[in-house]
Write a protein that binds this ligand. Structure first.
Ligand code: ZN
Length: 89
């Protein structure tokens, strides 16, 4: 699975990130969040810093995932968060 910028996407468990425990603030800075819609298979990168300002850095990632709404089909159910690791320069 490859992001268009060449960032590898993976499930959080692959990076030992626990969505029910980790928050927008505790997630290491090298990670980018990508929302995945199960209905239309759209993937969209999320600005985690912007989200942190809106929802608070202490927002648990699993709860953030529940609030996602697909920008393509409007689906709100079962949207998932994937993690990407920024390449080191
Ligand atoms: Zn969708």
């Amino acid at each position: 699975m490859r992001h268009r910028k060449g960032i590898n996407l993976a499930r959080p468990a692959d990076y030992a990130v626990d969505l029910t425990h980790d928050t927008l603030g505790s997630l290491p800075e090298m990670f980018v969040l990508v929302a995945a819609c199960p209905a239309c298979h759209k993937r969209a990168p999320i600005d985690r810093w912007d989200l942190g300002r809106q929802l608070g850095k202490r927002s648990i990632l699993a709860n953030v995932a529940k609030m996602l709404k697909c920008s393509r089909c409007g689906n709100r159910a079962g949207n998932r968060l994937l993690l990407g690791k920024l390449p080191r320069d």
